[in-house]
Every structure is written in structure tokens, then in C-alpha cells.
Design a binder for this molecule. Structure first.
Ligand code: HEC
Length: 250
């Protein structure tokens, strides 16, 4: 009986370890880099949000949102949020390489989409912050290779674009931590995991719906929004998305 209890406990511990329940959190250096990358993504996305009406204006041709122009505004937002100029981050450092890959990705996405956003005679062009975010993350990953990953995902029921679907780690982190009623608002979830024999720091930065999101993601559920997707019936303050970042531990 005693042996059974012991074995049972050992098995329980093993499965808890395997499921990551006791996995260590990412270290402070990893968290700082992830926070920096998340802030740059948010800083760039904010430029698109601020200019959404302009982008949607059918009477206006050139919107003045070239890659260089958007990056300049994104850097200003980042500096305001962090007090740091991203260009001063040592380009040879891990963070320096990654944030430059990200800034280059912002420029690439804007330059590639000039024809779309400058089209005259067309109002809504489908160029919105969520799409911009996805394109920037994809361009970032193409540059970062195996050095890092970055994705904007969400709870499975909220997923619109299948490319944003959470993987097993992300789905569990959302379900077991970020979505729990007692999870402190805004707190990052992180864990060290082993992927393909390589240790990785996985960091999840939660984002919540604010009123401006609800024109597309709010009530009434099922009604089509301006982008043609059915609204989710979400509410202000609900977990709306997660910036998911994978790093090589520092
Ligand atoms: C103009 C309508 C609109 C608004 C406003 C809007 N979204 Fe979305 N959202 C979309 C569309 C369309 C997609 C799918 C984009 C794509 O194809 O990648 C999307 C995708 C997302 C995703 C990625 C996961 C997925 O479903 O593909 C998240 C997370 C998200 N939105 C959260 C938000 C949050 C948070 C806000 C407010 C800050 C917001 N959205 C505002 C239309 C909108």
C-alpha cells in the first residue's frame, strides 16, 4: 500500500513536470527582451490604429505612411513607453538583433502595402492593426530564423485567422493561467520549455479588449463586422489576445 502511494505520488510528479505545471519561469533577461519586443510591436500597431480613418479615406491618395514614416512614429511611441531609444541597443546583442529585425519588418510591411493603402476611390481596404500585426510578426520570424518567434494569438474561440491559432503551449497557458479569473490583469505568463531538443523561454503578454475593439469583436455576437467576420460578442476587459514570444534563454 505504502509503495503504491509512493509510486502514485512519483507518477503524479512526473506527469505534472511533463505537463509543465512546475516548469520554471523565464529569467529576468528573457522577460526584459520579450517586454521590449512586445512594446515595439504595440508601438508600431498604435501608428496604424491612430491612422485608421486616414487609411480608410477613399478621397485621399498618398497616406504618408511609408515604411520609414511609420517606423519613425513607432520609435517615438517606444521611446515614450520605455524612455529608451531602440537604436541605442547594441546591434551585436541578442536584443539588439531582434529589435532591429522587428523594425525592419515594420518597414517591409508598410513598403509592401503602399499600393493597397494609397488606393484612391476605395474606403475600407482591410488594412487594420490585427492584419498589420500578423504581417509584422511573419516578417520578423523570416528574419529571426531560429533565434526567436513572435505571434499574436488568442483564446481558441476568438480565432479569426487560422494562422493565429494557439499551439499546445499557448492554448494551455491561456486556459490554465491567463484566462483564470484570479490571474492579475496584465501579468505576463512565462515558462521554460524544451522544443526539438532546444531550451526555449516562452513568454505570453496578455492584451484585453478596450471599447475601440468592440465595433468588430463585441455585440451582437454573430453580426458581421466591417471586415466581414462575425462578431464574437466580447466585452471590455476580456482577454482579447496574447503576444506570444519564444526566445533562446539568455
Ligand atoms: C475593424 C475591425 C477590428 C477591430 C476594430 C479590431 N479587430 Fe481584432 N481582428 C479583426 C480581424 C479582421 C482579424 C483577423 C486578421 C487577420 O486576418 O490576421 C482580427 C484579429 C485579431 C486577433 C488575432 C487572432 C485572430 O483572431 O486571428 C486578435 C488577438 C485581435 N484581433 C484582437 C483585437 C483587439 C484587442 C482589438 C482592439 C485593440 C481589435 N482586435 C480590434 C478585426 C478587428
Amino acid at each position: 500500500m505504502r509503495a503504491f502511494v509512493k509510486g502514485g505520488l512519483a507518477a503524479l510528479l512526473m506527469s505534472a513536470l511533463a505537463s509543465g505545471a512546475f516548469a520554471a519561469e523565464a529569467g529576468p533577461a528573457d522577460l526584459a527582451i520579450a517586454q521590449s519586443l512586445a512594446t515595439m510591436l504595440q508601438s508600431a500597431r498604435a501608428v496604424i490604429s491612430t491612422n485608421q480613418e486616414r487609411i480608410n479615406d477613399p478621397a485621399l491618395g498618398d497616406k504618408g505612411l511609408s515604411g520609414a514614416a511609420v517606423l519613425e512614429k513607432a520609435i517615438a511611441n517606444y521611446r515614450q513607453a520605455t524612455g529608451r531609444d531602440p537604436n541605442t541597443i547594441d546591434p551585436a546583442s541578442y536584443e539588439g538583433r531582434l529589435i532591429r529585425a522587428q523594425m525592419d519588418a515594420v518597414v517591409e510591411v508598410m513598403d509592401t502595402n503602399q499600393e493597397t493603402i494609397n488606393a484612391k476611390g476605395k474606403g475600407f481596404k482591410g488594412f487594420i492593426p490585427a492584419t498589420f500585426t500578423r504581417l509584422v510578426n511573419e516578417a520578423f520570424e523570416a528574419r529571426a530564423g531560429k533565434e526567436a518567434s513572435m505571434k499574436f494569438t488568442a483564446p481558441p474561440v476568438l480565432i479569426r485567422n487560422r494562422k493565429a491559432r494557439p499551439d499546445a503551449f499557448e492554448a494551455a497557458a491561456i486556459r490554465d493561467y491567463l484566462e483564470k479569473a484570479d490571474w492579475p490583469k496584465g501579468q505576463i505568463y512565462s515558462a521554460m520549455v524544451s522544443e526539438e531538443g532546444q531550451e526555449r523561454a516562452r513568454i505570453m503578454v496578455p492584451e484585453y479588449y478596450v471599447p475601440s475593439c468592440l465595433t468588430c469583436h463585441g455585440d451582437p455576437a454573430g453580426e458581421l463586422d466591417v471586415t466581414g467576420y462575425p462578431k464574437e460578442g466580447a466585452h471590455e476587459g476580456d482577454l482579447g489576445g496574447v503576444i506570444s514570444i519564444g526566445l533562446i534563454p539568455q
